[in-house]
Structure formats: C-alpha cells, structure tokens
Design a protein around this ligand. Sequence first.
Ligand code: AMP
Length: 438
Amino acid sequence: MGFELLGLSEPTLKAVADAGYTEPTPIQAQAAPQVLMGRDVLGIAQTGTGKTASFTLPMIDILAEGRARARMPRSLILEPTRELAAQVAESFEKYGKNHKLSMALLIGGVNFADQEKALDRGADVLIATPGRLLDHFERGKLLLNGIDILVIDEADRMLDMGFIPDVEKICERITKRHQTLFFSATMPPAIQRLTDKFLDDPKKIEVARPATTATTITQMKIEVGPREKRRALRQLLRTQEVKNGIIFCNRKRDVKEVFASLGRHEFSVGQLHGDMEQRERMETLRQFKENEIQLLVASDVAARGLDVPDVSHVFNFDVPGHPDDYVHRIGRTGRAGREGTAYTIATKSKIDVRLLEAIEKLTKAKLPMDENFALEKESRPIRPSDRRRDDRKDSYRDSRRPNANTAKAADDMPHEPFVGMGPHTPAFLLRNTEKKAD
Ligand code: AMP
C-alpha cells in the first residue's frame, strides 16, 4: 500500500517522497485517514514505528486551510522532553516544506522573549513541553482557545517524569471543542484514566504490543565480571561492525565515566546526561545525527524518545533497572524496519540475574548469551606511571575537560621496555589492571 491511498494532499505526498519513504508504516496507514476525518485517536505505539509522521502528515493538510492569530495557536503538541519537541519540529519542517505553516517551539532552557515573539506572530503549530507551556499561559502570553488539534505524545514518558498533572491542567484549559491525538507506548492505569477523561470515542490503534521489542533487532547478552565491563564494551565496539551506537548506563555518574574512558581509548564519542546544559545536549545530538561522532553514552532520561534514524547498535552497559527501559533503550535501533543489534553487558550478580529475568518476562523472550564472545586481554601492558595516574581516579575530572572527547589514554601509550629490568619484565608489571586503569 502506498502513501497515496491515505487521503493526503499532493504537496504533502511530494514531501514524503522527498523524504525517501515509499510505504506508510502500520501506524501511519491506520492513523492518518482517521486524523483526516477529524476523529480522536489513541495510538499505542513506541517510537521507531513512524508514529510522528502518523500525526504530522494529516495535521499539515488539516492546518493548510485557515490562518493563525497572534497568541492563539491552532494546534498544540505536547512532548515530554526538549529533544523530542525539537525532533517533532524537524518533522513538521521536513513534511511541511511545501506548505507555509508557522511553527513555534516552547521548551525549557531557551529564552522566554524569543518564544513570546514567535507566539505573537501566530502559530499554526505549537510544540511544547508541559511546564514551559504553562509558564507562558500563566504569564498571559498565550491563549488556548484557538486550539483545533491537541496531540499528547509519549504519554507514558510524561507519567514517568511527573508531568501528568500539568498535562491535565492544559487539557482542562482548552475549552474549545477540539480533536485529540494521544500516543503512548504502554497504557498504565494513570494513562488509561487520562484517555477516558479527555478523549471522545477515540479510534484505538495498536501497532505493536506495548512491551514487545522490534523483530528487526538481534538481541544478545554477555556476562563479565563487574570490573571487566569497560574492557568488554571496548572489545564489542572493536569487533562488531558498529556504524554508530548508543551506550546506556543506569547512572549519570557512569555516563560521565564511560564517556571519559572511551575518549581516552580514542573512540569517537559524546555524552548525554541530565547535568548538561540544553545547548550542549542539542549540540551533541546534532554531532551524533550528522555522524561527526560515532558513539553516544547516555542515561535513560536524557535519551528518552530520541529519534536518531539508523543506529546500528545499542549497548546496555548496565542491565536496566526497569524492564520497560530495556524496551525503550533497544528501540533506538532496528527502527522503521532496519536491522539493529542490542548487546546487554551483565554480571553474575543477583541483582543483574533478577533484572534480566524481569526483562525476559516482559518481552516474553529469552535473551540469548553471545556464545562467540570471550573476553580477551588487551594486548598492551600498563606502565607503572599510568597506574599512579589512574590511582588518582581522574576519569571523572577528565569528563569535565572541554576536550575530554579526544583525550589520549595514558594506557594507550605505546609500551616501552621498563628501564632496569633487563630482558625480563616481571609479570606483575604486565598484569592487566583493568580495575582502575580504564
Ligand atoms: P518515529 O517512530 O516517529 O520516531 O519514527 C522513526 C523513524 O522512522 C524516523 O527516523 C522516521 O524518519 C522514519 N520513518 C517514518 N516513517 C517512515 C516510512 N514510512 N518509511 C521509512 N521510514 C520512516
């Protein structure tokens, strides 16, 4: 089935063809005609299914008629994170390039005055995170009674991040009769209640069971000692055909450390965590999207919903603490029918065993062990001076240096014979010191 059967206009179809898409994904095929008919939609779909285009494409055609007035946006899209909001804005630009729709983006970390100017000019499409939208509303800079279409995207993520009360407030303030498009990967009770309250006889579209993982993803685990994880990661990165990959850590602190460690080992790497400024995060994301860096070390919250097409690999540096996060993490690869590989680095610890069981229960599939993987010693020995350096635990400080991305690893220096040892270097000097060295 081609896009032309969905009822979209010629200029929109042309933009879709220019984007290189030949066939609608299942959510696009099912949702777009319903949206064009003006119906409320409840889409149960993960990112990676093409859900963004499933609402942006028909919205572009609906909004092509009519004009926005100052401070009265005609449609509102709520996103849980600034990055997701920016990505949806990019979609509108890409698919709406043959239309003249005006757009405003209200996200945190960006100057209020510029956002107010965009609102004053009038917006056909307003894309916002809930907190910042309410700030503008409460300052009287924004009227919500011109909204014809409301989109609530990634509702379960909003729930995780504590945004549901804000979302409810916003829904209550849109008094005009409007169409609501609601998307969530899962339907926990709090989300169900929200849809019961605010959707009017919605067309329910479920494209993949909430907690199933895309079949285009090859999933594997490896098991190593707790102090061998970084070496195992490096081995995977060197032996797999990693075009680009995201490495997930459970804690911010580990994101920083793994990033610094990979930088010292001269991998092309960036990091994404909650302590970074918005500007830095957007810049890192841009570099990753444009292949200026090959790897991204990220925390769950920072990476939520990232649309980075065509990521070849996902590495779970830690087994995620919530099985839902596993599904979301590995959903960064194998998107829109492409092949992807997800590796999980586990230890024998009780906690990892329990977390893996929870993942297998949720995904209803066994996570196979990569039988071909055997942890190898890294060939080059460590010099005593490196050991002293590493003892100072400077990896954390390195991550804060501006050029930490390219910092040369002390333990990457070519090995020179140890002075005074004659032809034999004692074994203890050659022993791998992974524990602290990386
Ligand atoms: P989403 O689920 O909206 O985050 O989209 C996932 C990825 O699929 C994005 O990179 C889109 O550019 C891409 N995509 C969306 N629709 C299609 C399509 N019909 N064919 C191929 N790729 C698509």
